[in-house]
Design a protein around this ligand. Structure first.
Ligand SMILES: C[S@@+](CC[C@H](N)C(=O)[O-])C[C@H]1O[C@@H](n2cnc3c(N)ncnc32)[C@H](O)[C@@H]1O
Length: 252
């Protein structure tokens, strides 16, 4: 998959590029990454990329022209049809569904990480296709959010994970959080592994895991359960009206 990142601190991207399972994906050519610094596209002799906000107020704003030029350069690097994604607290909440869609579409992706108070809205209006937010909090620059998105995306690419089935059995995939996990030894500081997990009864283990997943989701993320229910209802309605050839995704 062809990827580009536009960032004012390109060095930060080495953390996602060089380590672990994602680093190996780059080594094996499953993903290619170009990192572009908008400062290289500033046209004054001080390479200025920020200026004060119109209307006043604190902080600085990333200027439109260097960002637009950097996006155009990124498009030349990754090829036509690229989708431009801005990581921003003002974006829609990022979910596993975004990642699956981007992978299924198979287009090159360009991620824009801004800094300061954000980027001049005209660069967004003219060049950005989607804006995503990685959580209801503000970090000081877009590099970390972009790195999170890259990691979450690349691990879903075919061939990246050792065991492909692991990505079908984890939090968010089926609208639930994952059940608790345990490994050896069987007892740690008087706390034992739930008996069912050492029973060898695979049917009982599956049932226990399903119940645990539901309980933790109910407690921590009731919004996910509500969304899951809505999906089932919508799919049932489509099936009843004969409009959906796909089988039902979630079984209650
Ligand atoms: C200090 S923040 C700007 C916050 C902006 N003034 C606001 O209130 O929405 C600088 C940059 O960090 C990135 N950023 C910060 N928090 C983020 C989040 N939760 N999700 C995605 N990107 C984020 C964005 O690229 C943002 O433009």
């Amino acid at each position: 998959m062809k990827l580009a990142v536009i960032a004012l601190i390109p060095e930060m991207l080495t953390a996602v590029r060089n380590y672990g399972v994602i680093g190996r994906a780059f080594e094996r050519g499953l993903a290619e990454l170009t990192v572009i610094n908008p400062r290289d596209f500033a046209f004054d002799r001080h390479s200025t990329v920020d200026d004060r906000p119109y209307g006043g107020g604190p902080g600085m704003v990333l200027k439109a022209e260097p960002v637009i030029a950097a996006v155009d350069h990124a498009k030349e690097q990754v090829g036509e049809g690229a989708v431009v994604i801005h990581c921003s607290p003002r974006g829609v909440p990022l979910s596993q569904a975004h990642l699956s869609r981007w992978i299924a579409d198979g287009k090159p992706l360009i991620f824009l990480a801004s800094r300061y108070e954000g980027v001049d809205q005209r660069a967004i209006d003219l060049r950005v296709d989607e804006e995503v937010c990685v959580g209801d909090f503000v970090v000081s620059g877009g590099e970390l959010p972009v790195m999170m998105v890259l990691d979450a995306l690349i691990r879903l690419l075919p061939g990246v994970l050792g065991d492909e089935s692991s990505k079908n059995d984890e939090s968010f995939v089926d609208g639930l959080l994952e059940y608790p996990q345990y490994t050896r030894p069987e007892t740690v500081m008087n706390l034992s592994v739930p008996e069912v997990l050492v029973s060898g009864d695979h049917r009982k283990i599956a049932l226990w895991r399903q119940t645990q997943a539901r309980l933790v989701t109910e407690k921590r993320r009731p919004d996910l359960l509500a969304e899951r229910k809505k999906t089932v209802l919508e799919t049932d309605n489509r099936l009843e009206s004969g409009n959906d050839p796909k089988s039902r995704k979630f079984h209650e």
